[in-house]
Design a binder for this molecule. Structure first.
Ligand code: AMP
Ligand code: GLY
Length: 417
């Protein structure tokens, strides 16, 4: 099969790394890819939101399967366009991607199908939103409705702060169109967890659990990022919690999909807040997570291409997912300043000294002649498996010491007990 992966982060590197292990694959392309992906796949210079060129490339090159990594092209309808042109694609169509593309749509869906989640109200008028702020207890969570590259959620300690947030999102258009509608919701307490699931239209089958570290600095200090490190499995998933999640969240979500005629095929990523073995949904994403993918896919024993094809055909079974017993951990090496302003183009050295049992997934890198340069906020995800989490952690941190680039920044407390 000829496969095209769309995206350019460490998530897409992990997807390519796993896909290329399948004996079904004769040729792998990635658009646009990065310096690490270029070692596994032919990188094509097409941006992820250039839907027409992706469709054209897939048609001309007779691509058998397109795997879409990021949310932006999914929300814009890339899978619909590919399907209309007779090309198979892994990822939801526009109506499925709306679960990530519109928070108000998701919240209304959760309410309708009795999926536990924070109390909320939707506003399309800033004056009304501000007038009604006293209905909420502080802290107040203010969310831009649409895609905002992970920055659209503001946790406000006071009513005044919430007012400023609403003005900035709705009137000053801090996130453009994404902020024309806002969701204001109750602040939830507990521990966060990510649950990635394969969905084949009729079944939602969870992958192994993971724990993401979202804050920029050690001890959960600093701003929220896309994720600075991760490990799998996540010990918070007790049998009791799994049962709760299945009965209250997965079954009801599926019921909703079927009732609303949403033929969801791809990955549904459920962001959860856990307290006392119960969970509430913070959000749905409609794609693999980053860095969750970097710790989940190395633990997947089964052929990923088979799983993706079964999702598309609508016949995925729980037994199709076989997992390795080992633990997996990743630490993200970021550019100094990330998630705020940072510089690009710094030379990365030391990767050839890294041990063979370390997997280096590239996020923001690019090749320039024979040099590897930084090209984004999250640059590399240094990953290892281990019989224990402790062993995986030791290997990752020992090897990070060999890697260098100017202003490199990373958390030293991933999986600290
Ligand atoms: P979201 O994009 O909706 O997942 O929100 C991004 C982050 O904001 C989450 O990972 C949480 O850390 C935080 N967050 C979102 N909604 C809430 C909430 N209702 N209560 C507490 N924290 C929240
Ligand atoms: N790690 C969170 C995300 O992928 O959205």
């Amino acid at each position: 099969m000829k496969i095209l992966v769309v995206g350019s982060g460490a998530r897409e590197h992990a997807i390519c790394w796993k896909i290329i292990k399948s004996n079904k694959v004769s040729k792998l392309y990635c658009a646009p890819g990065n310096g690490g992906i270029a070692q596994l796949a032919e990188c094509i210079d097409i941006k992820v939101n250039d839907l027409d060129r992706i469709v054209e490339f897939s048609t001309v090159n007779k691509i058998d399967l397109v795997v879409v990594g990021p949310e932006e092209p999914l929300v814009a309808g890339l899978v619909d366009k590919l399907n209309e042109n007779g090309i198979k694609a892994f990822g939801p169509r526009k109506n499925g991607a709306l679960f990530e593309g519109s928070k108000s749509y998701s919240k209304d869906f959760m309410k309708k199908y009795k999926i536990p989640s924070a109390d909320y109200k939707v506003y399309t008028n800033s004056k009304k939103a501000i007038e009604e702020l006293n209905r909420f207890q502080t802290p107040i969570v203010v969310k831009a409705d649409g895609l905002a590259a992970g920055k659209g959620v503001l946790i406000c300690e006071t009513v005044k702060e919430a007012e400023v947030a609403i003005r900035s999102i709705m009137d000053e258009k801090q996130f453009g169109h994404a902020g024309e509608t806002v969701v204001i919701e109750e602040f939830l307490r507990g521990r966060e967890a990510s649950l990635l699931c394969f969905v084949d239209g009729k079944n939602i089958i969870p992958m192994e659990s993971a724990r993401d570290y979202k804050k920029a600095y050690d001890n959960d200090k600093g701003l929220n990022t896309g994720g600075m490190g991760c490990f799998s499995p996540n010990p918070i998933y007790t049998d009791q919690l799994n049962k709760y999640i299945k009965e209250n969240i997965l079954d009801n979500t599926l019921k909703g999909f079927l009732n609303e005629n949403i033929d969801f095929k791809g990955v549904l990523f459920i962001g959860l807040m856990i307290e006392n073995n119960k969970a509430k949904v913070l959000e749905y994403n409609t794609r693999f997570g980053d860095p969750e993918t970097e710790v989940v896919l190395p633990r997947l024993e089964s052929d990923l291409v088979d799983i993706m094809l079964k999702c598309i055909e609508g016949n995925l079974n729980e037994n199709d997912l076989k997992w390795k017993d080992e633990k997996c951990l990743t630490v993200v090496l970021a550019s100094g300043g990330y998630p705020e302003k940072y510089e690009k183009g710094k030379e990365i050295t030391g990767l050839n000294e890294v041990s063979e049992d370390i997997i280096v997934f590239h996020g923001g890198t690019k090749l320039s002649g024979d040099k590897l340069l930084t090209n984004g906020g999250r640059v590399l995800a240094i990953t290892s498996m281990g019989k224990t989490l402790e062993e995986a952690k030791k290997k990752v941190y020992e090897n990070i010491n060999k890697i260098k680039f100017d202003k490199m920044q990373y958390r030293r407390d991933i999986a600290k007990i």
